[in-house]
Design a protein around this ligand. Structure first.
Ligand code: ARG
Length: 409
C-alpha cells in the first residue's frame, strides 16, 4: 500500500488535493498533516471537520514552541523583508520539517503541498522535503489548477468545502504575523476595508507604556513578569494590537520575481523589533551597528527564502551571538497613534556616557572640548583640496568622448 502525506489546512486547495493524489498520482492512501504554529482555533476546527468529512487520516503537530523560539531569534537579527517581519516565511521550514517527520513515521513514499506555482511557499516547503528521498508532489502547480476549476471539481465530487474563514481573501496566520492577500486586494490601488484586520484595532487617542526586558538579545519579560516565548508573543499581539500597532500594506517582491500586494498585521513582532533595535542603539558601537545591518539583511533574506538552515545563516548567527552578549537591559515602549515607540532604554552595557556627551560639562577625565579642534581641521580636508582644484580649472574646456570614439570595433 502506497501512502502520501499532505500538508493539510482544510482549505479549498488542500481539500481537492486529497482525491487528486489518489486519482492522478496513484497513491492508495492519503494522510493529512496540520502543523500548529499558532493559527486561531477555528482553523483547526475547520481542518478537523474537513478531514473527517473526507475520511482523511489526520495528524496535528504542535510546533508552536519551536516556532516561537525561531521568531525570537529573528528579533536578534532585527529581521524584516521589505518591512514585513517574515511570519509566513519563518513558519514554513518549521511546518515542512514537522510534516516530513510524520511522513517518515507513517511509511509514506510521497509528500505533497497545495501551493500554487506562483508563490514562495512551494520553494520553502520543497527546500526541506527535497533533502529526503520522498516523492515531492505539488498537484495545484503540476496540474495547472485554478481556483475556479477547484471549486467546480469540489462541487462535482461533493467535497466538504465552505467559503473558508476569510471570504475570498487568502489568509495565512501564525504567532508572528497575519497575512491577507488576493481577490480585490490584488489591485495595488484598492484601499483595503478595515474588516481585513483581525488583530489590530484602528488606533485611538489612548496610550500605554510597557517595559520590555532583554537578556542577550532575547526578550524575556514585560513589566517585570517573565514569559515563555509563545506566551510573550501572544500577550504582545493582544496588547499592541489593541493600540493598532503593526499594520503593513506593501508591494512585496517574491522569490520568482513577481510582485504581490500584501497586507500584514504583526503587533507583537513590531513591538519586540522596535524595542530590540532601541537597545542595540544604546549598547553597540557605531561600527558594530553599521556592520550588523548587513548581517541582519542577509539573515532576513535567507529567512525569506526559507533557507534558515544554510551554513551562511550559522555564520551570520556567530556574529549575532557575539554582539548580543551585551544586548541586556530594558526598553520602555509607548503605544501611541498606532506606533510602538521606544521612549526609554537602560543597560549596564551602555556604550554611552551622559557626562562625556553632555552640553553641560566642559572637561571630563582626559577629554576637553578643545581637543576636537584638530579633528575639525582635518575633517573634510581631502574634499576641500579636490573642490579647490575643480574651481581653479573651471574655465578650461574639458573634452568628453560622447560617441564611442576610442572604440576600435
Ligand atoms: N507573501 C508572504 C510570504 O511569502 C506571505 C504569503 C502568505 N500567504 C497567504 N495565503 N496569505 O512570506
Amino acid at each position: 500500500m502506497t501512502r502520501v502525506a499532505l500538508a493539510f489546512s482544510g482549505g479549498l486547495d488542500t481539500t481537492v488535493c486529497v482525491p487528486l493524489l489518489e486519482e492522478e498520482y496513484g497513491y492508495d492512501d492519503v494522510i493529512g498533516v496540520t502543523v500548529d504554529v499558532g493559527q486561531p482555533a477555528e482553523e483547526f476546527d475547520e481542518a478537523e471537520a474537513t478531514a473527517e468529512a473526507l475520511g482523511l487520516e489526520h495528524y496535528v503537530v504542535d510546533a508552536r514552541e519551536e516556532f516561537a523560539r525561531l521568531c525570537l531569534e529573528s528579533v536578534r537579527a532585527n529581521a524584516t523583508y521589505q518591512g514585513y517581519p517574515l511570519g509566513t516565511a519563518l513558519a514554513r521550514p518549521v511546518i515542512a520539517k514537522a510534516i516530513l517527520e510524520v511522513a517518515e513515521e507513517q511509511d509514506c513514499t510521497g509528500i505533497a503541498h497545495g501551493c500554487t506555482g506562483k508563490g514562495n511557499d512551494q520553494l520553502r516547503f520543497e527546500a526541506v522535503w527535497r533533502d529526503s528521498d520522498l516523492e515531492v508532489i505539488a498537484p495545484v502547480r503540476e496540474l495547472g489548477l485554478t481556483r475556479e476549476w477547484e471549486k467546480e471539481y469540489a462541487a462535482e465530487k461533493d467535497l466538504p468545502v465552505e467559503g473558508g474563514s476569510g471570504g475570498d481573501w487568502s489568509i495565512d496566520t501564525n504567532l508572528w504575523s497575519r497575512s491577507v492577500e488576493g481577490d480585490d486586494l490584488e489591485d495595488p490601488n484598492y484601499v483595503p476595508p478595515t474588516d481585513i484586520y483581525a488583530w489590530t484595532q484602528d488606533p485611538s487617542d489612548e496610550t500605554e507604556e510597557i517595559e520590555i526586558t532583554f537578556e542577550n538579545g532575547y526578550p524575556v519579560a514585560v513589566d517585570g513578569t517573565e514569559y515563555e516565548p509563545v506566551e510573550l508573543i501572544e500577550y504582545l499581539n493582544e496588547l499592541a494590537g489593541s493600540y493598532g500597532v503593526g499594520r503593513t500594506d506593501m508591494m512585496e517582491d517574491r522569490m520568482l520575481g513577481l510582485k504581490v500586494r500584501e497586507n500584514y498585521e504583526h503587533p507583537g513582532a513590531t513591538t519586540l523589533l522596535n524595542a530590540h533595535e532601541a537597545l542595540e542603539g544604546l549598547v553597540l558601537t557605531q561600527e558594530e551597528r553599521q556592520f550588523k545591518q548587513q548581517i541582519d539583511q542577509q539573515w532576513s533574506q535567507k529567512a525569506y527564502e526559507g533557507l534558515i538552515d544554510a551554513p551562511l545563516v550559522s555564520a551570520l548567527e556567530a556574529f549575532i551571538d557575539e554582539t548580543q552578549k551585551r544586548v541586556t537591559g530594558t526598553v520602555t515602549i509607548r503605544f501611541e497613534g498606532g506606533q510602538a515607540r521606544p521612549v526609554a532604554r537602560d543597560s549596564k552595557f551602555a556604550a554611552y556616557s551622559a557626562e562625556h556627551a553632555s552640553f553641560d560639562t566642559e572637561t571630563v577625565g582626559k577629554i576637553k572640548q578643545e581637543d576636537a579642534t584638530g579633528v575639525a581641521k582635518y575633517h573634510g580636508f581631502q574634499r576641500r583640496l579636490a573642490n579647490e582644484a575643480i574651481a581653479a580649472n573651471a574655465d578650461e574646456e574639458v573634452e568628453l568622448a560622447t560617441d564611442g570614439s576610442g572604440d576600435d570595433e
